[in-house]
Design a protein around this ligand. Structure first.
Ligand SMILES: *Cc1c(COP(=O)(O)O)cnc(C)c1O
Length: 380
């Protein structure tokens, strides 16, 4: 099965027809418990749906195949997945290197929650391997990387950082939410664990919250699965089904997201009201070569700064029509937001504070001409 190409795996991995009925889509097993044919005699290993549920198992098998791992686990949200990973990997006194442009919720988890349990963290510029090496401590257990990063679209070299991590005997965690496994496969580049907010491109339709962890390390996979069950923040059957439904079209959606975003980045680059564009597909982006090496294409996220400061940025967000003003990303519809006041408000005053005149776009798969028109109007 794993010899097949991505598009095929996205549709078929873990998705055998239902043995009872032949249904071509694994059904939503909206159930908590399972009849046993005698004490301890389980049908197909199912006993209680926190431990395992067939709809979630189908998704978990699919996730493992798409990331080239041996174990996939589906959670109630991306942050639930991160929490499970951190509590599996870390003990009080341990230390983690986190990126200086991490997702705001990831930063909040470290700075406001995990820290209270005695876990230490420090910030590095993960696009610079020397900065990461310098941040390592004796009790460092993991290097956390997001590439492309949120919201500044920074690029980190996964293969190089895997080397830095493994030389120091620590694990490399990659948040692959912005790229999706169609564009980038961190495990193949040496990462130990991949994190996803499946809320974003994997689900792809802005209709579900979910998260995932994937690893190729079977021992770590077992530890994560133990903690998933012990802590309980699982994806419910309907949510797992929605994420899987989204994944089936991931490849075609990502191709269009990337193509549309490239056109938007081109428009912004030449626009007089725009002072800076962040898109790894642009040759002048400092991470362009690394991105070209480790990604199939450059994805659907574009950020930019405008002349006129914060007020001007807020005005552009408010004036856009087709680009819906809202948080989140990765859905078929285009979104616009002001990270400083919205998604990244919790990073204010920290090393992760974002520029006040920054705007972030999640470029959808609508007609690119309509998107260009809307943005031109909003900027005028
Ligand atoms: C949204 C997001 C998360 C958190 O996921 P939730 O599903 O919202 O809990 C983590 N990392 C990145 C890069 C994200 O965009």
């Amino acid at each position: 099965m794993n010899d097949q190409n991505f598009e095929t795996l996205a549709i078929h991995a873990g998705q055998a027809a239902d043995p009872a009925t032949g249904a071509v889509v694994p059904p939503i097993y909206q159930v908590s418990t399972y009849k046993q044919d005698g004490v301890g005699a389980l049908r197909g290993g199912y006993e209680y749906s926190r431990s395992a549920n067939p709809t979630r198992s189908a998704l978990e098998e699919n996730l493992a195949a798409l990331e080239g791992g041996s174990r996939g686990l589906a959670f109630a949200s991306g942050l639930a997945a991160e929490d499970c990973l951190l509590r599996t990997l870390l003990r009080p006194g341990d230390h983690v290197v986190i990126p200086n442009d991490a997702y705001g919720g990831t930063f909040r988890l470290f700075s406001k929650v995990v820290e209270q349990w005695g876990v230490e963290w420090s910030v590095a510029d993960t696009s610079d391997p020397a900065s990461v090496r310098a941040a390592l401590r004796e009790r460092t257990r993991a290097i956390w990387v997001e590439t492309p990063s949120n919201p500044l679209l920074g690029i980190s070299d996964i293969a190089v950082l895997a080397d830095v991590a493994h030389t120091a005997g620590v694990r490399l965690v990659v948040d692959n939410t912005f790229a999706s496994p169609y564009l980038q496969q961190p495990l193949a580049l040496g990462a130990d664990v991949v994190v996803h907010s499946t809320t974003k491109y994997m689900g792809g339709h802005s209709d579900v919250i979910g998260g995932a962890l994937v690893t190729a390390d079977t021992e770590l996979g077992d530890q994560l699965a133990f903690h998933q069950n012990a802590m309980g923040a699982i994806a419910g059957p309907f949510d797992a089904w929605l994420v899987q439904r989204g994944i089936k079209t991931l490849a075609v959606r990502m191709d269009r997201h990337s193509a549309n975003a490239a056109r938007i980045a081109e428009l912004l680059t030449g626009h007089p009201a725009v002072t800076q564009v962040y898109y790894p597909g642009l040759p002048e982006h400092p991470g362009h070569e690394t991105a070209a090496k480790q990604m199939r294409s450059f994805g659907g996220m574009v950020s930019f700064q405008v002349a006129g400061g914060e007020e001007a940025a807020v005005r552009v967000c408010n004036r856009a029509q087709l680009f819906t003003l809202g948080e989140s990303l990765g859905g078929v519809e285009s979104l616009i937001e002001h990270p400083g006041r919205m998604t990244h408000a919790s990073a204010a005053g920290s090393a992760l504070e974002v520029p006040a005149d920054l705007i972030r776009l999640s470029v959808g798969i609508e007609s690119v001409d309509d998107l260009l028109t809307d943005l031109t109007t909003a900027l005028s």
